[in-house]
Design a protein around this ligand. Structure first.
Ligand code: CS2
Length: 494
């Protein structure tokens, strides 16, 4: 079936009856939110909650989305009047909904000043971010601004045409201030520990480097609430596009694919106002930290372990990897080791949570590639695995299972898999990591010592901790000797 007609406002009425769609007057929406980093995750998570708030009658909260890099999302959504399809998939089937919250997509590099203008509009009350871990231009081990980061250096010298999210935020905050407008609240929706506090620290430091006065303003006047976001959103494939088009009867250039589960826990600190997200399923709390640690360490920590070990074992997707019973039992045990380090959020049932995570990982309708999750490990390991390792070491507990996940990352970033084929390693430190790996000259023990010395990832404490260095070294030697599948099988049966 070939479709030339595109999803757009005029065609909403012709969609099949089982496809949900906006019933509100999209033209009457204001732009209360600017979102930086309009990828699939935002469109399957925050935009969906906000769409529900708008549908309930509060038209203030339309979204202007910004791409900080490529024009792809704008190019896809422009011809669709900002409309796109959310496909919620599970073993039981698929539900489609067209989401209407996005009013416009701007491409920052094409016209940085235009994005600063959008962010400086009086209607804007909240700026949300999903720019991934590396978008914070920080040192992942310490959570501080990386003052030597090329984008930071660039933006400090050219604040009228920034490149980074941090630069855009500082430029727009300064502009609103000079216009006498109330500041916006900045809501990080990335998987960083204490994401709001971390962002506030980074942004304050950046602003101080612009001027002490702007630094003090950001420190005292800009609210950056913490939030925990959760929904698994694999990258959309051409096969997904074709399947959605076949059901819609028109083409959608960029639908987003996700699971039924969704969770958003937000620190309720929005001095300039916010959408009533709590009326559409979000949880507003005073302290996000326990929710966040539980999610980052159990979900994302397991995800990274599955990504590296699963990739090395030859599994393309998470559900395929979880069908390997030794890998699945390793993941269950890894979760149990992690649990001891957590403060359980009020009312949460951690055992049920872990079971539900394993169910979600097994969702056969999601093709979540191990390669996708393996990306940017240098930015992810600290909050996903290393915090747990530090806590377990402090308690005198065994770290072998977590060390195996770290060792699998080490083998992965060498760029060569178990068959000798190249791995397409995507990571801001990829070139450095590959050079370190080469310098170890093929000796796994030397490789583990060399990579454990990368301070941006492991800090200064872990490389100096013999229990850590030994556990990771032994795991890496084992992985090279036996391979990932046999290592996992012997753990399961040993
Ligand atoms: C994943 C996350 O790609 C990754 O690193 O671990 O995107 C994960 O799917 C989400 O955090 C789930 O909420």
């Amino acid at each position: 079936m070939t479709q030339t007609a595109r999803l757009n406002t005029a065609r909403l009425a012709d969609l099949p009856p089982d496809v949900a769609r906006p019933a509100y007057d999209r033209k009457a929406m204001k732009t209360g939110i600017v979102h930086l980093g309009i990828g699939a995750f935002h469109r399957a998570h925050q935009a969906v909650y906000t769409d529900a708030v708008i549908a309930s009658g509060d038209l203030w909260w339309g979204i202007v989305g910004a791409s900080l890099r490529s024009p792809d999302t704008r190019d896809a959504l422009k011809a669709q009047d900002g409309l796109y399809t959310l496909a919620v998939r599970s073993g039981e089937g698929e539900k489609l909904a067209v989401i209407g919250a996005i009013r416009e997509v701007v491409v920052a590099p094409e016209n940085p000043a235009a994005l600063v203008e959008r962010m400086s509009h009086p209607d804007v009350k909240v700026v949300t971010l999903t720019v991934t871990e590396k978008g914070y231009c920080h040192d992942p081990a310490t959570g501080r601004l990386d003052e030597k980061h090329p984008d930071v250096v660039h933006d400090l010298a050219n604040l009228n045409r920034p490149r980074s999210a941090i630069g855009f935020l500082a430029a727009a905050i300064a502009r609103r201030r000079s216009l006498g407008l109330a500041p916006f609240t900045v809501l990080s929706c990335d998987n960083l520990p204490s994401n709001g506090r971390t962002l506030h620290r980074i942004l304050t430091r950046f602003a101080e480097l612009v001027s002490p006065d702007l630094g003090a303003f950001v420190r005292d006047k800009i609210a950056c609430p913490d939030s925990m976001v959760d929904r698994i959103v694999p990258a959309t494939t051409d096969e997904d596009r074709a399947a959605v088009a076949a059901r819609l009867g028109v083409a959608d250039a960029w639908p987003v694919m996700t699971e039924p589960f969704t969770q958003w826990v937000i620190e309720d600190h929005f001095p300039s106002g916010r959408p009533a997200w709590e009326t559409v399923g979000a949880t507003l709390v005073t302290d996000v930290a326990p929710y966040e640690a539980m999610k980052l360490r159990l979900l994302n920590g397991s995800h990274s372990a599955i990504a590296y070990l699963g990739y090395l074992a030859g599994y393309q997707t998470v559900s395929e990897a979880m069908a390997d019973e030794s890998l699945a039992s390793y993941v269950a045990a890894l979760m149990d080791d992690t649990t001891a380090t957590l403060t359980i959020p009020p009312g949460a049932d951690v055992e049920a949570y872990k079971r539900s995570l394993r169910e979600r990982f097994r969702n056969p309708a999601l093709k979540h590639r191990t390669w996708q999750i393996a990306m940017d490990g240098s930015q992810k390991l600290p909050q996903r695995l290393l915090g747990t390792i530090r806590d377990r070491l402090a308690a005198g507990s065994d770290i072998a299972r977590h060390a195996l996940a770290v060792a699998a990352w080490m083998r992965y970033v060498t760029g060569t898999d178990e068959k000798g084929d190249a791995i397409d390693v995507r990571d801001p430190l990829a070139a450095d990591l590959a050079a370190i790996a080469r310098s170890a000259g093929g000796d796994p023990a030397a490789l583990s010592r060399a990579l454990a010395g990368v301070e941006a990832v492991f800090g200064t404490d872990l490389p100096a901790e013999p229990r850590f260095v030994t556990a990771v070294g032994e795991a890496l030697v084992g992985l090279y000797r036996d391979g990932a599948r046999a290592t996992l099988a012997s753990l399961a049966h040993g």
